[in-house]
Design a protein around this ligand. Structure first.
Ligand code: G6P
Length: 611
């Protein structure tokens, strides 16, 4: 979390930094700050969003051509002006921004306090900065050298950007465990946590790797490792257009991204699935097909919404491929001393490709000989690069903090992988394979039909927006969708919601049911249909309000539920790609009805780069 940005070149740095920071606000929005390096080094910072900072510094001198900026998601120290980045060193000569956590900062702080240092903030960042300055002053060395020495003592994750009053036009950057991208312009350089916010300035980027340090001047980029050896920067071209990161007339990114799903699902299938020939072409799968088909088990690691995609993948892989699958929260898996055998296949699912827990979990598994297969949205991200192989979800930049289009793209990719492996293993008949290919092929068009119900879902949102709690229930393939529906509602509307397997509801949550509790059933027609009908009756018998997502024309549930949302008929394996969309819209419209900032819900960040 936290967004970092830097610029050095002929332009006035401040507007560039503010522009990129606004696009990086999805990474955190507790406070904002900039350090501008001109004749002097000026630091401006403020609790709140980028717009608050802009307002606060109207009339100040912001004409420098080099600068760094930060948007914070607080870890050490509450959101406040004094904990906002950039931090200034004790002498005021250095300023630094940081994304990550310095785990041994208490130790470093003790050493500095003993030397007489005083601290203005509660942050680990200010400690690291003064540690660097202390080395610089004591050794009379360059900032670059001091950073290198300091980082050898640091335990934790970081991207840091520093400027030094005595080194004009220069930014020093270093990374371990948090993302850093350098944009290359003509006589200018840009730095950011993510490549897409730099799109309007340049499409040429260098992804900095862990333990690398960059010395950036307008005309020069020097990349080194911590051993002071030069590394040749690998320049890549971004295959993205600016429109992909703009709202395009929608009120919120979240709504735009929900409505993009027919296209993103199509993009995900395009060039891969041929429903006429009956083929799935995925080079990343093909290259590791032996490992995937022979795996004794598949482990899926992920967090948040991506974990829900993993849970659904478990059902699909076990059904189609007959391979045992375990789905793990990356944060638990990494600390649990899990049993991993060489040849185990780990599927890491991540929209951002930067989630710290997922990243470390797969690093550990890789060390133990596992094959890492990444299902990632952001091209060139850390998880994508760390994986042996993988498949991109091609959903395009997702900016709304709550994941929507990335989730459906994950479901599509995971289903295609399962189908390809099943075909190779011989655990699926050609007929069923062809049927499911056809079903997938029809999903973009069916998604359009679901979206046509948005006005109706908006009315439901008005009706239920004041509920204190919600229960989301589903069985089988729809159980992960119930979990995802509850998560969406919590994230966006701050209403407490629980997702549960519909049958398990009798072992506890049913005690919550009364006339004030809306219960959302994900109840499209599948092998469990009769069972879920009984569960609906159990809720109705206790006066709960039932909102059911059903297959078009399901008169049985229509006759029982208080409200229904119909989705087109689809095979039970692909139906969740449709039934999840009403969940997204319901959460969105309730959030809007409650006048909340749905794109930037409180306390959340899109890319969780701290553990
Ligand atoms: C955060 C985001 C979620 C996301 C999760 C995992 O919590 O707000 O939307 O599902 O991180 O992120 P990843 O990028 O690894 O999918």
């Amino acid at each position: 979390m936290c967004g970092i940005v830097g610029y050095t070149g002929p332009r006035v740095a401040y507007p560039v930094i503010i522009n990129v920071l606004k696009r990086l606000e999805y990474r955190g929005y507790d406070s904002t700050g900039v350090a501008l390096l001109g004749k002097d080094l000026k630091v401006y910072k403020k609790k709140g969003r980028v717009a608050d900072l802009e307002e606060a510094i109207v009339g100040q001198d912001v004409h420098a051509h080099t600068g760094i900026g930060h948007t914070r998601w607080a870890t050490h120290g509450e959101p406040s002006d004094r904990n906002a980045h950039p931090h200034s060193s004790a002498t005021g000569k250095l300023a630094m921004i940081h994304n990550g956590i310095i785990e041994n900062y208490t130790q470093l702080k003790k050493e500095l306090v003993r030397k007489g240092y005083e601290f203005k903030s509660d942050t680990d960042t200010e400690v690291l900065l003064n540690f660097i300055e202390d080395i610089k002053e004591n050794n009379q060395c360059s900032l670059e050298e001091a950073v290198r020495v300091a980082l050898k003592r640091v335990v934790g994750a970081y991207v840091i950007l520093l400027v030094d009053r005595d080194e004009p036009d220069t930014i020093i950057a270093a990374r371990k465990g948090s993302p850093l991208v350098i944009g290359i312009g003509k006589g200018e350089h840009f730095l950011g946590s993510d490549a897409s916010p730099m799109l309007e300035y340049t499409k040429e980027v260098v992804y900095v790797n862990d333990y690398e340090l960059a010395i950036i001047k307008p005309e020069e980029l020097v990349l080194k490792n911590l051993g002071n050896e030069k590394i040749t920067p690998y320049v890549q071209k971004l295959d993205l257009e600016l429109a992909a990161i703009e709202k395009g007339g929608y009120e919120h990114f979240m709504l735009k991204e929900i409505f993009e799903q027919p296209q993103t699902i199509y993009d995900c299938l395009r060039g891969r699935l041929d429903a006429v020939e009956g083929t799935i072409t995925m080079a990343g799968v093909q290259n590791y097909i032996g490992q995937l088909t022979n795996a004794n088990r598949i482990l899926i690691v992920a967090c948040g919404t991506s974990w829900h995609a993993g849970l659904l993948a478990e059902y699909i892989f076990e059904e189609l491929c007959r391979t045992p699958v375990e789905v793990e929260y990356a944060s638990e898996f990494r600390y649990r001393n899990p049993v991993i055998h060489p040849g185990d296949v780990i599927i890491a699912i991540s929209q951002s490709g930067e989630t710290a827990d997922t990243l470390v979990a797969i690093e550990k598994a890789k060390e133990q000989g596992a094959i890492i297969f990444g299902v990632v949205n952001v091209v060139g991200s850390s998880i994508a690069r760390l994986s042996h192989s993988g498949a991109y979800t091609h959903a395009g930049p997702e900016i709304g903090v709550a994941s929507t289009k990335a989730f459906t793209a994950q479901l599509v990719v995971l289903t295609m992988i399962a189908l390809k492996v099943a075909m190779e293993k011989g655990t699926i008949t050609r007929e069923r394979f062809m049927h499911l290919l056809n079903e997938l092929h029809e999903i973009p068009a069916k998604t359009e039909i679901v979206l046509q119900q948005s006005e109706k879902i908006k009315e439901l949102a008005e009706k239920y927006k004041d509920a204190r709690d919600f229960l989301y229930l589903g069985r089988g393939y729809n159980f992960p969708i119930a979990l995802e529906g509850a998560l969406k509602l919590k994230e966006i509307s701050y209403i407490h919601a629980e997702g549960y397997p519909a049958a398990e509801m009798k072992h506890g949550p049913i005690a919550l049911v009364d006339e004030s509790l809306p219960v959302v059933f994900v109840a499209t027609k599948d092998s469990y249909h009769e069972k879920i009908v009984s569960n609906i009756q159990e809720i109705k018998a206790r006066k709960g309000k039932v909102i059911a997502v059903i297959t078009e024309g399901d008169e049985t549930i229509k006759g029982m539920a208080d409200d229904v949302i119909e989705v087109p008929e689809a095979d039970e394996i692909v139906a969740p790609m449709l039934s999840t969309i009403p969940m997204q819209l319901l959460a969105y419209y309730i959030g809007v009805a409650k006048q909340l900032d749905v794109d930037k819900p409180r306390n959340l960040a899109k890319s969780v780069t701290v553990e």
